[in-house]
Design a protein around this ligand. Structure first.
Ligand SMILES: [Zn+2]
Length: 137
């Protein structure tokens, strides 16, 4: 079969332009990827906004870890089972639970009289020290 010139300007064999068909499929795939990324981004943003503590000004890796921890706590996982979680016993705040997020940040939760643990605050280690290091003599 001889090669023919299609309306699009490509040449090829067959009833339609395979080059255009290929390009069309590729762009559909790229478009689907972009849409997917947009959806993921939008959902992430919604989770950050809906979080019980403010996560807006934090680095994205801290936001992600905080969201994961908040969900773990919400599921009812006991705090002593969470890695790097500790009660602030030294400063006499037994109901306050501090969880390390990486090296520089903390998630702080407070145990309610009912036993339920609610996230209270997330921030840098320095801000955490200022806020929670009540020294009890
Ligand atoms: Zn073509």
């Amino acid at each position: 079969m001889a090669r023919k010139l299609f309306q699009c300007g490509h040449t090829g064999k067959g009833k339609y332009c395979h080059e255009c068909e290929r390009l069309h499929k590729e762009s559909a795939v790229i478009h689907a990827h972009e849409e997917y990324r947009k959806v993921v981004k939008r959902e992430r943003r919604a989770r950050i906004i809906a979080a019980p503590v403010s996560l807006i000004c934090l680095p994205s890796d801290v936001q992600d870890e905080a969201l994961t921890l908040i969900e773990t706590i919400k599921k009812g996982t006991r705090c002593h089972k969470i890695l790097h979680a500790k009660r602030l016993l030294k400063s006499g705040q037994r109901d306050v639970i501090s969880i390390k997020i990486g090296w520089g940040h903390r998630l702080v939760c407070r145990e309610q009289p009912s036993g339920e643990v609610l996230p209270e605050w997330v921030g840098s280690h320095e801000a955490y020290n200022k806020r929670y290091s009540k020294i009890v003599c």
